[in-house]
Design a protein around this ligand. Structure first.
Ligand SMILES: *[C@@H]1O[C@H](CO)[C@@H](O)[C@H](O)[C@H]1NC(C)=O
Ligand SMILES: *[C@@H]1O[C@H](CO)[C@@H](O)[C@H](O)[C@H]1NC(C)=O
Length: 422
């Protein structure tokens, strides 16, 4: 009886089951395989149970399983710290042991994943984030978590909570040897609050889609500082979407205060505050930093060089995590509060949308023209747009942007679109 049901029918039936599916898997081999297509589609793993992952989803022991995994959520467990350590900021020693643990577990993870990769059907989305058992979010009991937060409010110096590691950025160390895991076609890195900040070296060659949001980046995400060797190549990348903080990991600001702010009477707006231990990309201070500085053209230059090494690239979106907040701000900015860039290869268009004055440097134009040519187009169309009026009901102008045609003409007219370059 069980055998006579076609696989499609079984899959359909199993898709309605939740807990019972485990007992179905015990009926016979066909049912097991069909049930596992559901039960193994999303897996959670962490650095302490990688060995189980390797055993349970082994390509030799269970050759059918790797291709069932669609999504793997991986938590990298950083070294624990005790109650006393909650009162002090992470120092170089902490950072170095965190980097070591991070590198070790990501390396081990990729080793497991590379063993799945011989199966061409195996294509998965990998989500990576990092936490220490000492971090307040690691406390599973909400009541206990609340007590810790209340304690922090009463005695902030005794438990710094996030501020303890807010200025630390995890790196893969030199010892990182990431095996090629061809099965990872989409990587999501939760590299920011409420997770640990991550500064991942690219796993460029394997990826089809890169979605890094939000993350701290510098030009070296795309292009090494000494470009003579290790030129990155991204043969399979079709889509890259990066939402980045307003400072680089090396501490350089990408955005300055817009001089138009000087005209604003003080006191009417929130004063930016800066506390010891706040990460460099801390939001409060960002609200005035909307104007790109020179460094940003460096970022676009590096991104354009990298894009020429992405033969299959369809879209690249780089979106700065800047916030203009404060009452009455619209009198000053009077526009979309964003700094956003999109390149689309099929329409050979590079669009910038900028709240504050920005000029696309000539070498950036050249590089992106070369990108369009590398994608078989005759030349690039560059738009560098500002808006006199923002569509305040919407979070971002991207909703009005069409990959093929750019912004709708009516939309541009309605919101007072102009070019920063004219
Ligand atoms: C790691 O995963 C195992 C098995 O799911 C779980 O028991 C353990 O609590 C996890 N460890 C952490 C720190 O999340
Ligand atoms: C990525 O590109 C390389 C070289 O072009 C190719 O051999 C490989 O099969 C691709 N991997 C995936 C997952 O598409």
């Amino acid at each position: 009886m069980a055998r006579s049901l076609p696989l499609e029918a079984l899959l359909h039936i199993f898709s309605f089951l939740t807990d019972d599916i485990v007992s179905c898997a015990g009926v016979c081999r066909e049912w097991q395989v069909a049930a596992e297509r559901t039960t193994f589609s999303t897996l959670l793993a962490n650095s302490s149970n990688l060995e189980d992952l390797r055993r349970i989803v082994g390509r030799t022991s269970t050759p059918w399983r790797p291709s069932f995994v669609r999504k793997l959520d991986f938590k990298c467990i950083l070294p624990a710290y005790g109650v006393h350590a909650r009162s002090r900021f992470e120092d170089e020693n902490d950072r170095s042991s965190n980097d070591k643990a991070f590198t070790q577990s990501v390396t081990s993870l990729f080793k497991v994943l590379s063993s799945w990769s011989d199966d061409d059907r195996c294509k998965l989305e990998l989500v990576i984030y990092a936490r220490s058992p000492g971090d307040v979010e690691s406390e599973p009991d909400w009541a206990k978590r609340k007590i810790r937060m209340q304690k922090h409010q009463a005695f902030p110096d005794e438990d710094l909570l996030w501020a303890r590691y807010g200025s630390s950025y995890l790196h893969l160390t030199e010892e990182a040897h990431l095996s090629t895991a061809k099965c990872v076609v989409e990587l999501q890195v939760h590299g920011s609050f409420p997770y640990r900040e991550l500064s991942p070296r690219s796993v460029s060659e394997i990826l089809e889609i890169v979605d890094l949001t939000p993350i701290m980046i510098g030009p070296e995400l795309f292009w090494p500082a000494s470009a003579s060797k290790n030129i990155p190549y991204w043969p399979n990348l079709t889509k890259i979407n990066v939402r980045y903080a307003s400072a680089t990991p090396s501490g350089t600001w990408l955005f300055e205060r817009d001089p138009r702010w000087r005209d604003v009477s003080p006191g009417r707006y929130h004063t930016p505050t800066w506390n010891e231990g706040d990460p460099p990309g801390e939001k409060n201070i960002n609200q005035f930093r909307t104007m790109p500085n020179r460094e940003l053209n460096e970022l676009y230059l590096a991104a354009g060089r990298a894009a020429q090494q992405m033969p299959r690239l369809r879209t690249m979106i780089l979106w700065a995590d800047i916030r203009c907040s404060g009452d009455g701000l619209e009198e000053v900015i009077n526009a979309i509060s964003d700094h956003w860039f999109q390149y689309t290869s099929s329409s050979a268009r590079a669009t910038w949308v900028c709240t504050s004055e920005f000029h696309v440097a000539p070498e950036v134009r050249e590089v992106w023209d070369a990108v369009a040519k590398s994608h078989g187009q005759s030349h690039i169309t560059i738009e560098n747009l500002g808006f006199h009026v923002g569509p305040y009901e919407s979070a971002s102008p991207t909703e009005y942007y069409d990959d093929e045609h750019g912004f709708d003409e009516d939309f541009k007219k309605e919101y007072g679109c102009f070019s920063w370059d004219s």
